[in-house]
Design a protein around this ligand. Structure first.
Ligand code: FES
Length: 148
Protein backbone atom coordinates (compact mmCIF):
# COMPACT_ATOMS: atom_id res chain seq x y z
CA UNK A 1 0.00 0.00 0.00
CA UNK A 2 1.43 3.38 -0.88
CA UNK A 3 1.58 6.43 1.34
CA UNK A 4 -1.49 8.03 -0.20
CA UNK A 5 -3.60 5.00 0.53
CA UNK A 6 -2.35 4.91 4.07
CA UNK A 7 -3.32 8.50 4.53
CA UNK A 8 -6.71 7.90 2.98
CA UNK A 9 -7.29 4.95 5.27
CA UNK A 10 -6.23 7.05 8.23
CA UNK A 11 -8.69 9.81 7.33
CA UNK A 12 -11.42 7.25 6.83
CA UNK A 13 -10.67 5.93 10.28
CA UNK A 14 -11.42 9.42 11.62
CA UNK A 15 -14.94 9.02 10.29
CA UNK A 16 -14.65 11.49 7.44
CA UNK A 17 -16.63 10.60 4.37
CA UNK A 18 -17.40 11.68 0.85
CA UNK A 19 -16.71 15.27 -0.05
CA UNK A 20 -15.36 16.04 3.40
CA UNK A 21 -12.87 13.24 3.13
CA UNK A 22 -11.84 14.45 -0.28
CA UNK A 23 -11.29 17.98 0.93
CA UNK A 24 -9.22 16.94 3.91
CA UNK A 25 -7.32 14.39 1.89
CA UNK A 26 -6.41 17.01 -0.70
CA UNK A 27 -5.05 19.31 1.94
CA UNK A 28 -3.22 16.53 3.71
CA UNK A 29 -1.44 15.43 0.60
CA UNK A 30 -0.54 18.98 -0.46
CA UNK A 31 -2.20 18.64 -3.85
CA UNK A 32 -2.61 22.32 -4.50
CA UNK A 33 -4.70 21.56 -7.55
CA UNK A 34 -7.49 20.59 -5.19
CA UNK A 35 -7.82 24.14 -4.02
CA UNK A 36 -7.48 27.17 -6.15
CA UNK A 37 -4.32 28.95 -5.19
CA UNK A 38 -3.10 29.70 -8.67
CA UNK A 39 -5.63 32.37 -9.59
CA UNK A 40 -4.70 35.61 -7.94
CA UNK A 41 -7.66 37.61 -6.77
CA UNK A 42 -7.36 41.33 -6.97
CA UNK A 43 -5.58 42.75 -3.97
CA UNK A 44 -6.36 46.34 -3.17
CA UNK A 45 -5.68 48.79 -0.43
CA UNK A 46 -8.78 49.77 1.43
CA UNK A 47 -9.40 52.25 4.19
CA UNK A 48 -8.55 49.75 6.90
CA UNK A 49 -5.72 47.90 5.20
CA UNK A 50 -5.35 45.41 2.39
CA UNK A 51 -8.30 43.57 0.97
CA UNK A 52 -8.72 40.43 -1.05
CA UNK A 53 -11.54 40.79 -3.55
CA UNK A 54 -12.98 37.50 -4.81
CA UNK A 55 -15.52 37.60 -7.61
CA UNK A 56 -17.98 34.82 -6.79
CA UNK A 57 -19.38 34.95 -10.32
CA UNK A 58 -16.00 33.84 -11.70
CA UNK A 59 -15.28 30.15 -12.09
CA UNK A 60 -12.28 30.49 -9.79
CA UNK A 61 -14.45 31.28 -6.76
CA UNK A 62 -17.99 30.27 -7.70
CA UNK A 63 -17.74 27.25 -5.38
CA UNK A 64 -18.13 29.77 -2.56
CA UNK A 65 -21.79 30.10 -3.54
CA UNK A 66 -22.41 26.70 -1.97
CA UNK A 67 -22.53 26.21 1.80
CA UNK A 68 -19.71 24.01 3.07
CA UNK A 69 -17.25 24.84 0.31
CA UNK A 70 -14.01 26.72 0.78
CA UNK A 71 -11.06 28.13 -1.13
CA UNK A 72 -7.55 28.98 0.01
CA UNK A 73 -6.16 32.26 -1.25
CA UNK A 74 -2.90 33.84 -0.13
CA UNK A 75 -2.74 31.64 2.96
CA UNK A 76 -6.32 32.42 4.00
CA UNK A 77 -9.04 29.78 4.20
CA UNK A 78 -12.34 31.33 3.08
CA UNK A 79 -15.48 29.27 3.61
CA UNK A 80 -19.18 29.64 2.92
CA UNK A 81 -20.51 28.75 6.37
CA UNK A 82 -24.25 29.41 5.91
CA UNK A 83 -26.70 30.74 3.36
CA UNK A 84 -25.77 34.29 4.31
CA UNK A 85 -22.34 34.11 5.94
CA UNK A 86 -18.70 33.53 5.14
CA UNK A 87 -15.74 33.00 7.44
CA UNK A 88 -12.05 33.56 6.79
CA UNK A 89 -9.16 32.35 8.91
CA UNK A 90 -5.44 31.85 8.50
CA UNK A 91 -4.34 28.58 6.94
CA UNK A 92 -1.55 28.36 9.53
CA UNK A 93 -2.59 26.33 12.56
CA UNK A 94 -1.97 27.75 16.04
CA UNK A 95 -0.93 24.35 17.35
CA UNK A 96 2.42 23.76 15.65
CA UNK A 97 2.24 26.18 12.77
CA UNK A 98 1.36 23.69 10.04
CA UNK A 99 -0.24 25.22 6.98
CA UNK A 100 -2.98 22.60 6.93
CA UNK A 101 -6.17 24.28 8.07
CA UNK A 102 -9.23 23.51 5.94
CA UNK A 103 -12.99 23.87 6.35
CA UNK A 104 -14.76 20.62 7.05
CA UNK A 105 -18.22 19.70 8.33
CA UNK A 106 -19.07 23.22 9.48
CA UNK A 107 -15.80 24.00 11.25
CA UNK A 108 -12.18 24.73 10.56
CA UNK A 109 -9.91 21.74 10.98
CA UNK A 110 -6.16 21.13 10.88
CA UNK A 111 -5.27 17.82 9.32
CA UNK A 112 -1.85 17.74 11.01
CA UNK A 113 -3.00 16.72 14.48
CA UNK A 114 -6.74 17.27 14.44
CA UNK A 115 -7.16 20.76 15.89
CA UNK A 116 -10.73 22.00 15.55
CA UNK A 117 -12.00 25.58 15.45
CA UNK A 118 -15.43 27.13 15.11
CA UNK A 119 -16.27 29.64 12.39
CA UNK A 120 -15.22 32.49 14.70
CA UNK A 121 -11.76 30.91 15.10
CA UNK A 122 -12.37 29.70 18.65
CA UNK A 123 -10.73 26.41 19.60
CA UNK A 124 -13.07 23.43 19.95
CA UNK A 125 -10.60 20.90 21.38
CA UNK A 126 -7.36 20.98 23.36
CA UNK A 127 -5.21 20.88 20.24
CA UNK A 128 -7.01 23.91 18.89
CA UNK A 129 -7.24 25.75 22.20
CA UNK A 130 -5.24 28.75 20.98
CA UNK A 131 -7.79 29.50 18.27
CA UNK A 132 -7.18 30.89 14.81
CA UNK A 133 -6.68 34.40 13.50
CA UNK A 134 -9.81 35.48 11.67
CA UNK A 135 -10.47 38.05 8.96
CA UNK A 136 -13.54 40.15 8.31
CA UNK A 137 -15.57 39.23 5.22
CA UNK A 138 -18.07 41.45 3.44
CA UNK A 139 -20.19 40.56 0.44
CA UNK A 140 -21.01 43.38 -1.97
CA UNK A 141 -22.96 42.08 -4.95
CA UNK A 142 -20.92 39.14 -6.19
CA UNK A 143 -17.66 40.49 -4.74
CA UNK A 144 -16.54 38.94 -1.48
CA UNK A 145 -14.16 41.23 0.33
CA UNK A 146 -11.72 39.82 2.89
CA UNK A 147 -9.96 42.45 4.93
CA UNK A 148 -6.44 41.29 5.73
S1 FES B 1 -0.30 21.91 13.64
FE1 FES B 1 -2.47 21.89 13.41
S2 FES B 1 -3.15 20.38 14.75
FE2 FES B 1 -0.98 20.40 15.06
Amino acid sequence: MNEKMNRMEFLKSLGLKGASLFAVYCAASSLTSCVNESMDPSLTSGGTGNELLLDLSSSAYSKLNTVGNYVIVSGIVIAKVSATAFAAVTQVCSHEGKRQVVFNAGEFYCSAHGARFDTAGKGLNSTGSRGLKTYVTTLEGTILKVTV
